[in-house]
Write a protein of this length. Sequence first.
Length: 106
Amino acid sequence: MIRAYGGDGIGYSGTEWKHYLQLRHYRSGTVEAVIHARGWHQNRGDLNEYYSAPIGDCETVEYVIARLKSMKCGESKAYCDGWQPELTATLVSIGMTESLPSPDEA
C-alpha cells in the first residue's frame, strides 16, 4: 500500500480509499507498474480505479518515490510519505537499490 485516506465508508462519511502499487508481468514479457485505487463505501460498495505508473525506467527506490509523488489518481495524489518504509523494503527485496552512490562512494 502506498496511500490510505478518506472517511470510514459508513453512512454519511466519505469513501475509504487505499492505493496499492502493483507490478504486472504479462505473457508477452512486458512488465507494467499500475496503481490500483480501491475505494469502499457502505452505500456504493467497491470502487476500483487503475492508473498506469510510469516507473519502469527508474533505477532506484529514490526515483520511484519521486515519480509517484508527481502522479495523481483522479483528483488525489498517488503517494504518501508515510508509506516510504514499506515501499522501500518491498522494492529492495526484489533487488532495487535505495539510491545511487554518493560521489564520495563512487
